[in-house]
Design a binder for this molecule. Structure first.
Ligand code: PLP
Ligand code: TYF
Length: 395
C-alpha cells in the first residue's frame, strides 16, 4: 500500500528548531520560529494563564463536547477584544465567533468556506506572506494570486500593492495581515489602510484579515485599528484570530474565525455552514485554551494581570529592535538596518541574503529563516554587540 508514498521535506521554519537544538555552541542564538522568548530565552506560561488554569481545574465539571462553534463565553469575549466593546456590530448581532484549533484552524475553515460556499473566487496574498497561507488555500482548491508588498529593496511598496489590488477581479478575496506582518514586520500606516479600504470597497473585494499578533505591535487597541475600520466601513468581513502569541497558548490550539455579516439573519446562514464544515475537519474544537482565555478576559483582575504581562512582552521586543540598531552603529550599519526599529511585531525582514543567513548560522550559530527573517524576541539584550559584530562580518 505505502510503496508509492514519497517523502516530502518538513516545514523549513519548524526544522530550524531541530537544527538549533542539535547545535552544541554555547553562544548559539535562535531567531527562527515565531515564538516569544523572555530575557532568559524561555517561552514561559503567562502568570494570568496559570491563575486561570488553577481556577478552571477547581471549577470545571465536565469534559463533554463543546458546540461546533466552541465555548460561547470565549466567543463573546474575543469579539469584544477584536472589534472593541462598543462596536455597533455587537449591538446589531452582525458578528459571530467560531472557535477553531488556533489561527491555522481558522484559516483552514475559511478555505473550506470559500471553496464550498463561494466557489470560483480567487484569493490574493501579500508577496511575501506566511508560507502556510500559500498551501492552505491552494490545497483547498482556490486560485491563489499575489499582490506586491515588500520588494527586493526590502521596502514596503504600498503604491505597487494598491495598483495590483485595482486589477483583482471583483468579488475575489484579499488576505491582509492586521498588524505585525509575517514575515516582514512591515505594517501599513493608517493612511495606507484607508487607501486599501477604498480599493476593496470600490472593487467589491472580500477582505480576510489575519490577526495573529494582537497586542504585539503597538497595543491591543492600536493593533486592532484596521480591523475595526474595515468592520465599521464594510458590510462583510472575515477575521482569523489567534490566541497563540498574545496569551502564549501555542500548543493549546486556541483561535477563531470571526464573521461580520450585513445582517443577523445572514450571519446565521454563514455560521450554519461553518459548523457543518468544521464537523468534517475537527468536529468540535479543543476546550482548554478557550476556557483559559474566557476566564482571563471575563475577570477584571486576571485581565489586568494578563495585559500587564503582554505589555512587558511587547516592550521587550520594541527595546530589542532599537537596541540592535544602536549596536550596529559602531559598525557603520545603523542606517542600513534602521528599518528594524520601524518594523513591528516579532519579525524583522532584515534584508540579509540567504548566503549571509547561511554564514551567520555556520560561523556564529545564529539561526534565522533563509529569507532573512529574524524573530526579534529571540535576541539577547546582553549580547546585541556580539550579534552586531557577527552581522558586520557577513555584510
Ligand atoms: N497567521 C499568521 C500570520 C501567523 O504567523 C500564525 C502563526 O503562528 C498564524 C496565523 C497561526 O497561528 P496558530 O495556528 O499557531 O494560532
Ligand atoms: O512563522 C512563524 O514562525 C510562526 C510559527 O508551520 C509557525 O507563525 C511556523 C511554521 C508553522 C507553524 C507555525
Amino acid at each position: 500500500h505505502f510503496q508509492p508514498v514519497a517523502r516530502v521535506p518538513g516545514d523549513p521554519i519548524l526544522g530550524l528548531m531541530d537544527a538549533f537544538r542539535a547545535d552544541p555552541s554555547p553562544a548559539k542564538l535562535d531567531l527562527g520560529v515565531g515564538v516569544y522568548k523572555d530575557a532568559q530565552g524561555r517561552t514561559p506560561i503567562m502568570a494570568a494563564v496559570k491563575h486561570a488554569e488553577q481556577r478552571l481545574l477547581a471549577s470545571e465539571t465536565t469534559k463533554s463536547y463543546t458546540s461546533g462553534h466552541g465555548d460561547a463565553a470565549f466567543g463573546e469575549q474575543l469579539l469584544q477584544l477584536v472589534l472593541g466593546q462598543d462596536s455597533p456590530l455587537l449591538a446589531g448581532q452582525r458578528a459571530g465567533t467560531t472557535q477553531t484549533p488556533g489561527g491555522t484552524g481558522a484559516l483552514r475553515l475559511t478555505a473550506d468556506f470559500l471553496s464550498h460556499c463561494l466557489p470560483g473566487r480567487g484569493i490574493w496574498l501579500s508577496d511575501p506572506t506566511w508560507p502556510i497561507h500559500e498551501t492552505i488555500f491552494a490545497e483547498a482548491g482556490l486560485k491563489v494570486g499575489h499582490y506586491p508588498y515588500v520588494g527586493a529593496d526590502n521596502r514596503l511598496d504600498v503604491e505597487a500593492m494598491l495598483a495590483a489590488l485595482e486589477r483583482v477581479p471583483s468579488g475575489d478575496v484579499v488576505l491582509l495581515h492586521a498588524c505585525c506582518h509575517n514575515p516582514t514586520g512591515f505594517d501599513l500606516s493608517h493612511d495606507d489602510w484607508r487607501q486599501v479600504l477604498d480599493v476593496v470597497r470600490r472593487r467589491e473585494l472580500l477582505p480576510l484579515i489575519d490577526f495573529a499578533y494582537q497586542g504585539f505591535g503597538d497595543g491591543l487597541g492600536d493593533d486592532a485599528w484596521a480591523v475595526r475600520l474595515f468592520a465599521a466601513e464594510l458590510p462583510e468581513l472575515l477575521i482569523t484570530s489567534s490566541c497563540s502569541k498574545n496569551f502564549g497558548l501555542y500548543r493549546e490550539r486556541t483561535g477563531a474565525l470571526i464573521v461580520c455579516a450585513d445582517s443577523h439573519d445572514k450571519l446565521l446562514d454563514v455560521r450554519s455552514q461553518l459548523a457543518s464544515l468544521a464537523r468534517n475537519l475537527w468536529s468540535t474544537p479543543p476546550a482548554h485554551g478557550a476556557a483559559v482565555v474566557a476566564t482571563i478576559l471575563g475577570d477584571a483582575a486576571l485581565r489586568a494581570e494578563w495585559q500587564a504581562e503582554l505589555d512587558l512582552m511587547r516592550g521587550r521586543v520594541l527595546r530589542l529592535r532599537q537596541g540592535l540598531v544602536e549596536a550596529l552603529q559602531p559598525f557603520g550599519l545603523a542606517e542600513r538596518f534602521a528599518h528594524i526599529a520601524v518594523q513591528r511585531g516579532m519579525f524583522s525582514y532584515t534584508g540579509l541574503t540567504p548566503e549571509q543567513v547561511r554564514r551567520l548560522r555556520d560561523e556564529s550559530s545564529v539561526y534565522m529563516v533563509g529569507s532573512g527573517r529574524a524573530n526579534v524576541a529571540g535576541l539577547d539584550e546582553q549580547r546585541l554587540g556580539e550579534l552586531a559584530a557577527a552581522i558586520a562580518r557577513v555584510c
